[in-house]
Each structure stands twice: as structure tokens, then as C-alpha cells.
Design a protein around this ligand. Structure first.
Ligand SMILES: [Zn+2]
Length: 224
């Protein structure tokens, strides 16, 4: 009797360890502000095209709204793919935002807010780094989403610096359209090789490291 009871306890303990491990590794949990010690911080959500960056940004912003926090969202005015005013992800899950032409406009517009969301941060000027720091120093939670690499696999614009100054960095992944592994590259199928080419599934394809390198190699061979 005592023996089966202790087996039972052991099972429950192991279940607890498993759940704790699972939740700790797989879920982003908001920091909470305790008491009067109100402090800001910076979160970065980065990944390739179709990795769900904007969905994750919208999820966190909606949760802040549920918590009755004041939220402002900005994006560079260069990104006018779907709608001037909304942060729109590929699955059409939209949230209202303000397009700004320069990062310095964010400081002017983000007054009396608890949370600032910034989408497509890779297209901002380098001033965005100081802007995020100033906002966080002023007690604001800053959530930044953007592409970590351009279509040539190079670190994109101010993203590396934003990684460096953030308290939290979340890398999200797409699924490789060739093999089904996790994808981290945004391979460009189009021959137009200017860096800023906004687009959809007809231009970009998420690929894993192996398939990306194979595709680049194929492109080289086809050009020769
Ligand atoms: Zn692959």
C-alpha cells in the first residue's frame, strides 16, 4: 500500500517536472510589473518571411490590450503592401498602426503609452536603436518584430543592434517548402536583386540552411 502510494507520488513529481520544462522552453510569458517599481524593457521577435513574426507581435499586443494597457503600434511607411494603417500579417490578422517615415517620429508620437509595438523594424534607420532604448528607459515595454536576414542571408539593417540591446530575443521559424525542416532563410525566386522588394509567396520562399544553399548554387549554375 505504502509502496504504490510512493510510486504514485513519484509519477506526479515527474509529470510536474515535464510540464515545467515544457512550458519554460516553449511559451513566451510576459514579464509583470510589480508594485511601484515600473520599468521598461525591449523584446525582439525575429525570423524569416512566413515565420509568424507579425502574428506573434499581434498576439503579445492584444494580450497587453486585454490587460488594459495603452498600446501604440508603428511601422515604416515603406511597408504599404496591404493597408496604410494596419499592421497586417500574411494571415490577415490585422491591428491598427501608424506608418512613420523616420524612427525619430516614434518618440514624438508615443506619448502616454504602456506598450509600443514596432513592425518591419529591419526597414527603419539605425536611429531606431536609440529610440527603443529611450522608450524602455522611460518605463515603456517595447516589442519589435522584423526580418533577421535579407534574401542573401546577411543581417538586416538595425536588427543585429536591436538583438544586442534587448532583454528578450525570440527567434521564430517558418517551414522549409522543400523538405519540411525549420526554415530560417528567405530565398528570393525573382531575379530582381534590389534588397527592398516587398512581397508574397510568389517572390519569396522560406528555406532551411541546406535547401537554401542548394538553391543559391543552382542559381549560380543557371547564370553561367
Ligand atoms: Zn529544407
Amino acid at each position: 500500500m505504502l509502496f504504490s502510494y510512493s510510486i504514485h507520488l513519484l509519477f506526479l513529481y515527474q509529470l510536474f517536472l515535464f510540464l515545467e520544462n515544457f512550458i519554460g522552453k516553449n511559451m513566451f510569458l510576459e514579464r509583470t510589473r510589480k508594485g511601484e517599481h515600473k520599468t521598461g524593457w525591449i523584446e525582439v521577435i525575429a525570423g524569416s518571411m512566413f515565420s509568424g513574426k507579425t502574428e506573434e507581435l499581434i498576439r503579445r499586443l492584444r494580450r497587453a490590450e486585454f490587460a488594459k494597457q495603452k498600446v501604440e503600434i508603428f511601422k515604416p511607411s515603406i511597408d504599404v503592401r496591404y493597408s496604410e494603417e494596419d499592421v497586417v500579417s500574411h494571415n490577415a490578422n490585422a491591428i491598427r498602426s501608424t506608418p512613420v517615415s523616420s524612427s525619430s517620429n516614434i518618440l514624438l508620437l508615443a506619448t502616454d503609452v504602456d506598450v509600443v509595438g514596432i513592425d518591419e523594424a529591419q526597414f527603419f534607420d539605425n536611429g531606431i536603436v536609440d529610440v527603443c532604448t529611450t522608450l524602455a528607459n522611460n518605463g515603456i515595454r517595447v516589442i519589435v518584430a522584423g526580418l533577421d536576414m535579407d534574401f542573401l542571408g546577411r543581417p538586416f539593417g538595425p536588427m543585429p543592434a536591436l538583438f544586442a540591446i534587448a532583454e528578450e530575443v525570440t527567434k521564430v521559424h517558418a517551414i522549409c517548402t522543400h523538405c519540411g525542416e525549420l526554415a530560417q532563410y528567405s530565398y528570393r525566386k525573382s531575379q530582381n536583386k534590389g534588397v527592398v522588394l516587398l512581397g508574397e509567396k510568389d517572390i519569396y520562399e522560406p528555406l532551411c540552411r541546406k535547401c537554401y544553399n542548394e538553391a543559391i548554387e543552382n542559381d549560380k549554375n543557371n547564370q553561367e
